[in-house]
Write a protein that binds this ligand. Structure first.
Ligand SMILES: Cc1cc2nc3c(=O)[nH]c(=O)nc-3n(C[C@H](O)[C@H](O)[C@H](O)COP(=O)(O)OP(=O)(O)OC[C@H]3O[C@@H](n4cnc5c(N)ncnc54)[C@H](O)[C@@H]3O)c2cc1C
Length: 389
């Protein structure tokens, strides 16, 4: 997305990816786009397929011990979310990049960054058997949580804030038509479960499991038994069953590294912060970071001003921490913790009772779930005008 925004602003960039094109297009991860992420794609000319194939949702259900409650985003805050796989977003962006003929390297090996605090930081990598050294004005560290950029910052320059949760998510994709048009978040005595979808024929479902759980311990039958046990509501709603085509376990953590800059390296997305997926914020935060960065780089090249580059980290972190707080709250309210006390559990029940009965509480969830406003609007970046030009 950053490469695309920079292209629209007439700024050269190289994109260096260590995986293959097929791998990143097939990699199933997030699937919920906030309205501002949808607007960002559409306004910048990469949202045609999203507009056609994305599934807009006006609300979600919360299933508390078998009783389903609906939270109506459209009515409460006049905004909505769209279900569209992250891999589809990646596919659309690769296609847009390919059309521009700007550099995009897949399967880059031995990627390393250096001289980060100089005016010409360095990227080294090997591609198709040839070693490359790239001197550039700036490096955008958009290489995810396990990438090389954040670990290349000297020890002590970043402060890390971290929380690990005593559970993970077992996620499956199933060839089954979604039995609900909207997501269903469930709290059951045996733990959390989530019903979501990827297309009119594919259901995506999750179960709370211990963080170190091995997927080998779960037969397909055992997964369906547990999903049905937790999700089936008193009025008889239940997910459709189908062939499981993919299954995995992901541990959950909250993580922020600050500041999101060292010298001329700017960290964005999961390279700088991780949220537990309950609030569906990871992809959306990555998108809002790069809007802030694109605006700052555009101001640097057009006006010679570094002011927005200098403010980049603080601007992003304001939104990041609000999303962290929301994701932590959604997670702790909807999961059963192995070390919870009876007091904790009663407080959790009261929290959900309040949420599902108070219009004020529902509005607060709706406002955050559809996404707080981006810290800078992409219209203000002037990127729209660039695209038209
Ligand atoms: C299994 C899983 C499930 C998820 N589910 C959800 C969900 O349901 N909802 C949600 O909102 N979020 C979810 N997320 C989080 C969401 O996918 C991320 O927040 C989002 O991908 C962040 O985007 P990013 O561009 O910062 O990082 P990434 O999407 O991780 O992109 C970083 C890229 O850098 C590449 N890379 C890594 N190291 C190097 C290197 N050394 N050199 C070159 N390239 C490198 C990677 O291959 C990758 O393509 C999930 C994440 C995972 C891992």
């Amino acid at each position: 997305m950053l490469g695309h925004l920079l292209h629209l602003a007439g700024i050269d960039s190289f994109i260096i990816e260590n995986r293959s094109e097929d791998y990143v297009i097939e990699r199933v991860r997030a699937g919920i786009l906030e309205q501002s992420t949808v607007d960002l794609m559409i306004e910048n000319g990469v949202g045609e397929r999203l507009r056609r194939e994305g599934m807009p949702h006006d609300g979600i259900y919360i299933n508390v011990f078998g009783k389903r409650h609906r939270i109506d985003f459209a009515e409460l805050v006049g905004r909505r979310i769209t279900v569209y796989g992250q891999n589809e977003v990646v596919r659309d962006l690769i296609e847009a990049r390919t059309v521009t003929r700007r550099p995009l390297y897949f399967e880059a090996e031995h990627v390393a960054v250096d001289d980060l605090d100089s005016s010409q930081p360095l990227i080294r990598f090997r591609h198709e058997g040839t070693d490359h050294e790239l001197r550039c004005d700036f490096i955008a560290g958009c290489d995810g949580f396990h990438g090389v950029c954040r670990p290349s910052v000297p020890a002590g320059a970043l402060t890390v804030y971290e929380r690990e949760y005593p559970f993970g998510w077992l996620g499956i994709l199933a060839d089954a038509a979604p039995s609900s048009e909207e997501l269903v978040y469930t709290l059951h005595e045996r733990g959390f479960a989530l019903f979501s979808m990827r297309s009119p024929k594919v259901t995506r479902l999750y179960l709370q499991v211990p963080p170190s759980e091995s997927i080998e311990n779960w037969s397909d039958q055992a997964i369906w038994d547990e999903l049905l046990r937790r999700m089936t509501t008193r009025d008889g709603w239940t997910p459709n069953i189908g062939r499981i085509t993919q299954k995995s376990v992901t541990p959950m953590r909250s993580f922020v590294a600050a500041p999101m800059r060292y010298g001329n390296l700017f960290l964005a997305g999961d390279a700088a912060h991780i949220v537990p997926p309950t609030g569906a914020k990871g992809l959306n935060l990555a998108a809002s970071d790069v809007v802030v960065l694109a605006r700052a780089l555009k101001a640097f090249y057009e006006r010679g001003s570094s002011d927005w580059l200098n403010e980049y980290s603080d601007t992003c972190l304001r939104r990041v921490w609000k999303a962290q707080r929301f994701s932590w709250w959604m997670t702790s309210t909807l999961h059963r913790s192995p070390d919870e006390t009876a007091f904790d559990h009663q407080r959790q029940i009261a929290d959900l009772d309040y949420l599902t009965s108070s219009p004020a509480a529902m509005t607060s969830l709706a406002e955050q779930y559809v996404g707080l406003p981006m810290e800078v609007s992409f219209e203000s970046v002037g990127l729209k005008e660039c695209r038209r030009a």
